[in-house]
Design a protein around this ligand. Structure first.
Ligand SMILES: [Mg+2]
Length: 393
């Protein structure tokens, strides 16, 4: 079994890139490639360890088997990528693409040409990059990739497992150490134990103890926290008071957003020395007009829509709007290490990132090539497309 992981060395901090470059407008070569086949594959992407509960969901297990599409053209080009779960039948997917030229489906300067193509947005971006002999980030307009920190998104309520004999906080610290060894210098800590798994008081107390223990054990790592909508305004402020003195890189989804709740938290953080902590939302249960208003007013700082379910092309369209309101981005990538690479390539091409969500997986079925963690940052491949290769199995 091949157990290569992302690798890296030291930490770094986020940066804002307010300018979006000129995306590739050379679609000429795409007119010469006609898609001859669309194959669907299942790709196992096991995580290196058991991932436990979060505020809302029970044990997450040991990693997904994702669906992927492989596209081939009559000129011998091959592109592939993860697709959303079972949205369409194989026949429906084939009818979208087979027999068409790549130029009929995709403009490298903007993305897919019809919203119907959303399920194969990622495979088409990979294929266009392969045909144009460009990495996706370059096709998106960057001369050099914009690099951002990467955080481990895999620190769950692991001290609660196994249920019959909970491992305790040392297990969470061991998991953080594993991620630090993989090169991460940002760790995202799940909080909100009192939402389902403990009493509200005991859960909040444990959230605080775990965060304090991680901060003490890993002083060279930045911490993020994510409550998966399991907090209220009151528990959010109680938690922040409880970890006083520990700076957080960001606070994610404390509750299902309302205008009043975020303004209340922002008013508190901005008068209690936490002005630098980024406030992040938009992963799920989203009310987009509320998010946009809060971003425009400088209350929220980071948008988190999913890289696949929102869509790669729709993210390309969204980014200039976020830049206008000085809102950073970090596309949600939880689940598969492939999504981490797609998110990193998007940010490498367009800039305006806060951090990349890192999902570590075993590389038995996919060669991740030059998409690696180094110096606490996610580096992207210089090879055509996403620089990912499906291993023959
Ligand atoms: Mg989240």
């Amino acid at each position: 079994m091949n157990r290569r992981h992302f690798l890296s060395l030291t930490a770094s901090s986020a940066a804002v890139y307010p300018l979006i470059g000129r995306a590739s407008e050379t679609s000429g070569p795409l007119t010469k490639h006609r898609i001859t086949s669309l194959e669907i594959k299942q790709v196992p992407l096991p995580w290196p360890r058991l991932v436990g509960k979060n505020a809302k969901l029970d044990v997450h297990g040991r990693g997904p088997t994702v669906w992927a599409v492989v596209l081939k053209t009559d000129q011998g080009a091959v592109g592939w990528g993860e697709i959303p779960d079972a949205q369409k039948t194989p026949e429906e997917l084939r009818s979208l693409a087979v027999g068409k030229t790549v130029a009929e489906l995709m403009n490298p300067a903007s993305g897919i040409l019809s919203s119907e193509l959303w399920p194969i947005d990622i495979p088409l971006h990979d294929l266009a990059g392969v045909i144009l002999d460009q990495p996706v980030w370059q096709m998106l307009g960057a001369e050099k990739p914009h690099l951002f920190p990467i955080y481990s998104g895999m620190i769950y309520f692991d001290e609660l497992e196994p249920m019959e004999k909970p491992a305790g906080i040392d297990q969470v610290l061991a998991n953080c150490a594993q991620d630090r060894d993989l090169g991460y210098r940002q760790l995202k800590v799940k909080i909100g134990r009192g939402n389902r798994w403990m009493t509200p008081e005991a859960g909040l107390k444990r959230d605080i103890e775990v965060t304090q223990a991680i901060a003490k054990a890993f002083p060279d790592c930045e911490l993020l926290v994510d409550a998966n909508d399991g907090y209220s305004v009151a528990t959010t402020i109680a938690f922040l008071k409880g970890i006083e003195g520990i700076p957080l890189f960001w606070l994610e989804e404390p509750f299902v957003e309302t205008d009043a709740a975020w303004r209340e938290v922002h008013a508190w953080t901005s008068t209690n020395g936490l002005e630098k902590m980024l406030l992040a939302d938009g992963e799920q249960h989203n009310d987009i007009p509320i998010l946009e208003k809060l971003e425009a007013d400088g209350i929220l700082n980071v948008r988190l829509l999913d890289i696949i379910s929102h869509g790669f092309t729709r993210w390309r369209e969204l980014m200039p709007k976020l830049v206008k309101t000085r809102t950073l981005s970090s596309p949600h990538a939880w689940g598969s290490g492939l999504k981490t690479v797609y998110a990193a390539q998007l940010l490498a091409g367009l800039g305006n990132g806060a951090s990349v969500e890192g999902v570590t997986c075993i590389h038995e079925h996919v060669d991740f090539g030059e998409n690696t963690i180094r110096d606490g940052k996610m580096h992207v491949s210089s090879k055509p497309g996403f620089g990912l290769t499906l291993r023959e199995s």
